[in-house]
Design a protein around this ligand. Structure first.
Ligand code: HEM
Length: 160
């Protein structure tokens, strides 16, 4: 019989794999493929920047719910928790997670719709300087978010 904690662990693992895995795919495969080549918005849409946003938010929700559930039993004395190496690393992880959520909010609210909408309309057409600046900022935020996600994975590898 499966326990709730096993189910929570499974969904926690599935959620971070989905979120960090799609970020790795975007940064290592999609972004270099698109990079300043004047790819038309229909194609950007097909490549799923907007769709990725929904999966990112779903993963964040699942991570928060399953993570808090898994933490619940360990949290009976906050003072002891923050004094332990485990507690310190967990709090560092949660702080990084909050920064990731903020970066995801910036990317989803300001870039996910504007990038496909303001991309060059025809193949081969040069992007405007404004669009190129926006695309560079989008890539910087996404790279920073991925670096934070990988740091969390490292923290979880050494937490025990
Ligand atoms: C509110 C947010 C989160 C909370 C409260 C949380 C909490 C936890 C807890 C309690 C564990 C079990 C640690 C142990 O074995 O003692 C865990 C494991 C783990 N978490 Fe999180 N987590 C959160 C978000 C994240 C995020 C954003 C990532 C990745 C980007 C992540 C990646 C991992 C990994 C890799 C493990 C170890 C594998 C596993 O046991 O499932 N977590 N998390």
């Amino acid at each position: 019989m499966l326990s709730l904690i096993q189910i929570a662990r499974f969904f926690h693992d599935l959620a971070f794999t989905t979120w960090i895995g799609s970020m790795i795919f975007m940064m290592l495969v999609l972004t270099p493929a698109v990079g300043g080549k004047g790819i038309p918005p229909q194609f950007l849409r097909l490549m799923g920047i907007e769709r990725f946003k929904s999966w990112a938010w779903a993963s964040i929700a699942v991570l928060a719910v399953t993570g808090i559930y898994r933490l619940y039993g360990r949290f009976y004395m906050f003072d002891l928790f923050v004094m332990s190496r485990y507690g310190k690393l967990m709090l560092l992880k949660l702080s990084l997670f909050i920064i990731m959520v903020l970066l995801t909010a910036i990317v989803s609210l300001s870039y996910a719709k504007r990038i496909p909408a303001e991309a060059p309309q025809r193949p081969g057409e040069q992007p405007t300087p404004e669009f190129s600046r926006m695309q560079r900022r989008f890539i910087t935020f996404s790279a920073l978010n991925l670096a934070l996600g990988v740091t969390i994975l490292f923290i979880m590898a050494i937490i025990r």
